[in-house]
Design a protein around this ligand. Structure first.
Ligand code: SF4
Length: 270
C-alpha cells in the first residue's frame, strides 16, 4: 500500500455519498463511484490501474489524487484450526489487533475500534494499556479489507460460491466502539453498503461495555447501532458476554502483553 505520509486522499473508508462527490469533483459521472466501490470492496482491488473498466483518464486522475491505504501488518500468527491473528501498526509506537475465527458455516472477523481503551473491564488486558487514540474510519474499514485480501492469499475457502471468507464482523477487538461513535458509524455504513461489503445486518454487531449511560443513549439514537427502527442496520452486542470474553482472550497472542504488543509495532521490531 501507499506511503502514509502522502497527501493523496485515502478512498478506503469514504462513505458512498462522499466518494461520489469526490468522483464528480473530478468531472466524472456518479456511476463511476459505484464502479470504484465495487472494485475496492467487492473485488478487493488496491490498484487503480487494475480497474480495467474505468476510463484510462479517470484511472490516471485517481492515481494522482487518491490512494487505497490500509493499516500495515506488523505480525501474523495462525493456529491449526485456521484462526489467524494480525497485529497492525497504528503509528510508529502503537499497534492494534484483529482476529479471524473460522467455523463450519461462517468466518468471523473481530476488529478493533480504538488503540487501547479508556474503560477498565477487569477481565481485559487492553484495559491495562489505557487509552491511546481512536481509529479512523479508514483504519476500521481497512481491517476488513485487509483481512479479506490476506485470507484470499492463503487460500481461505469461502463458505459459499461468491462469498468472502469473512462473513461476520464484530467490533470486539481493542476499544469501546461507542466511544468512537464518529468513526465507527461511517464504517458500519460501508460494511452494509450494497456496493461495498454488503454484509447483512446481523453479521456486523459492534460491542459495547455498557459502562456509560451516554453511550447507552447513543446506542438508541438514529444510527446503525439501533436495533428497533426500520433504518437500523445491526444489533448491539455486549462485551461482557461469555462469547466476547472468549473472543477477546483468543485475540491476544500467547505470552504477549499490551506493553510488548506496542513495542512490537516499532519500526525496529519489524
Ligand atoms: S472489554 Fe472492551 S470496553 Fe472493556 S476494557 Fe476491554 S476493550 Fe475496553
Amino acid at each position: 500500500m501507499s506511503d502514509p505520509s502522502t497527501s493523496r486522499l485515502n478512498l478506503l473508508g469514504l462513505p458512498g455519498p462522499q466518494l461520489q462527490a469526490f468522483v464528480e469533483g473530478l468531472g466524472n459521472k456518479p456511476f463511476r463511484a459505484r464502479q470504484l466501490m465495487s472494485w475496492m470492496y467487492k473485488r478487493g482491488e488496491g490498484s487503480f490501474e487494475a480497474m480495467t473498466d474505468l476510463a484510462r483518464d479517470f484511472r490516471a486522475q485517481l492515481g494522482e489524487m487518491a490512494e487505497i491505504r490500509t493499516p500495515q501488518i506488523v505480525t501474523t500468527r495462525s493456529s491449526a484450526d485456521g484462526t489467524r491473528k494480525w497485529v497492525l501498526r497504528a503509528d510508529a509506537a502503537q499497534a492494534f489487533e484483529m482476529v479471524f475465527i473460522p467455523e463450519d458455516d461462517r468466518g468471523t472477523l473481530c476488529i478493533s475500534s480504538q488503540v487501547g481503551c479508556a474503560l477498565d473491564c477487569s477481565f481485559c488486558s487492553t484495559a491495562q494499556q489505557g487509552f491511546n487514540r481512536n481509529l479512523s474510519t479508514a483504519e476500521i474499514v481497512g481491517q476488513v479489507w485487509l483481512a479479506c485480501r490476506e485470507l484470499e492469499k492463503v487460500g481461505q475457502t469461502p463458505y459459499a460460491a461468491g462469498q468472502r471468507a469473512v462473513t461476520n464482523v464484530v467490533l470486539m477487538g481493542m476499544g469501546e466502539p461507542l466511544a468512537n461513535f464518529r468513526n465507527v458509524v461511517p464504517a458500519l455504513r460501508i460494511f452494509m453498503d450494497d456496493n461495498a461489503f454488503d454484509l447483512s445486518r446481523r453479521s456486523r454487531p459492534p460491542a459495547s461495555s455498557r459502562r456509560s449511560t451516554s453511550w447507552r443513549r447513543r446506542s438508541t439514537a438514529r444510527s446503525p447501532f439501533r436495533c428497533t427502527r426500520p433504518t437500523t442496520r445491526c444489533a448491539t452486542s455486549w462485551c461482557r458476554s461469555t462469547a466476547s470474553t472468549r473472543l477477546r482472550s483468543c485475540s491476544r497472542p500467547a505470552g504477549t502483553t499490551s506493553t510488548n504488543r506496542t513495542a512490537a509495532a516499532s519500526p525496529s521490531s519489524t
